[in-house]
Design a protein around this ligand. Structure first.
Ligand SMILES: C[S@@+](CC[C@H](N)C(=O)[O-])C[C@H]1O[C@@H](n2cnc3c(N)ncnc32)[C@H](O)[C@@H]1O
Length: 331
């Protein structure tokens, strides 16, 4: 398994991530900031063309180890993410939103000859937001949560409008929770339990239990709650995140032995702590586990240490691993 640096519930491994996934605790959040296809750091792919195949074995393992409560933040360039999106979608990751890191004009100041580049200067990266899709079996095939709710209610033999009576509302339950179209809403645990109780008390006796995954008993309110990723954010935050490239005291300085020159910045792709803090807070609670499989300088380690989340990361370049461990020790 290789060397590991630990501080409390936060661990940084000097190892390839793919060797660790099977042993890591189940994640509530995965921060992926791996290859971009721009030769940006050692081991990065030279182009974005092969990124889908590079990521596939990682995404496969994330899908196996995640649960429907898991959120994935997938950092990349726009075209890198576009190449990997089909792999994520086909392996059970539901796309929520694309967040754009706008680094601002200072990122290109004096350094963008658009007549040579023949394009607008690029000052962005993306952080695409996914959640692990909850999947149900219906008649031998995989169904979405929306399809399964409709299927179970229909199976009970009750008319769709009876969901309103179950939830004690005029028409909102049928319209929101049993809708077949894109205006469907996830029933909050209390509404789900009321619908499940109603179907099991008044639905056709022969088909009971309704709203069950094991065929033995209906899903409990607590289990239902864990079939959806957490999300919470401050009012006024949008999907455009404006923040300059990491600089000053936050920028980790140093040199790599393999390089001939001393760089003032140790890692070319260091992420601002403010974004990692915001994304971890948005989808986890204290005690939840965060994975950062392509750690680099492991910003998640610093954030998770302060926010009291469990955390595991992997990094394969010795200087990055050591710098990340040092950073965590001082956090
Ligand atoms: C884009 S950088 C991450 C930067 C990081 N988010 C930060 O803020 O410092 C990707 C890192 O993944 C590491 N890496 C590449 N392949 C890996 C693998 N299979 N397992 C673990 N780390 C890997 C690289 O060495 C590189 O440091």
């Amino acid at each position: 398994m290789g060397e590991v640096f630990k501080r409390g519930e936060v661990a940084i491994h000097f190892s390839r991530a793919e060797h660790l996934y099977a042993a890591w605790p189940v994640p509530t959040c995965i921060i992926s900031d791996g290859p971009y296809g721009v030769s940006g750091f050692p081991g990065d792919e030279r182009t974005a063309r092969n990124l889908a195949e590079w990521y596939r074995p990682h995404v496969q393992m994330w899908s196996v180890r995640a649960s429907p409560v898991t959120t994935l933040w997938f950092w990349n360039t726009e075209v890198g993410w576009a190449n990997v999106h089909p792999v994520l979608a086909s392996l059970g990751w539901e796309y929520r939103c694309c967040n754009v890191w706008d680094k601002g004009m200072s990122h290109v100041a004096g350094n963008a000859n658009t007549q040579t580049l023949r394009k607008f200067p690029v000052v962005t990266e993306v952080c695409a937001h996914y959640v692990r899709r909850a999947e149900f079996r219906v008649d031998g095939r995989v169904a979405t949560m929306q399809e399964w709710l409709r299927h179970e209610w229909r199976r009970s033999g009750l008319p769709f409008h009876a969901a309103n009576e179950a939830c004690g509302v005029q028409n909102a339950a049928t319209r929101k929770y049993l809708s077949a179209d894109h205006l469907w809403y996830y029933p909050p645990p209390e509404a789900f339990t009321r619908m499940a109780d109603h179907a099991n008390e008044r639905g056709r006796p022969a088909g009971r239990p309704y709203f069950s995954v094991d065929g033995e008993r209906p899903i409990t309110s607590r289990e239902w709650e864990r079939m959806r990723a957490k999300f919470d954010c401050k009012v006024g935050v949008t999907n455009v995140w404006r923040e300059p490239q990491v600089a000053g005291g936050e920028r980790v300085k140093g040199e790599r032995r393999a390089m001939r020159y001393k760089f003032r910045s140790l890692h070319g792709s260091q992420k601002p702590l403010v974004f990692i803090d915001m994304t971890v807070r948005a989808c986890t609670d204290p005690g939840d586990v965060v994975w950062e499989p392509f750690g680099g300088l492991c910003p998640g380690a610093v954030v998770c240490h302060h926010l009291k989340r469990g955390y595991v990361a992997a990094e394969i370049i010795p200087e990055f691993y050591q710098a990340a461990a040092h950073r965590l020790a001082l956090a």
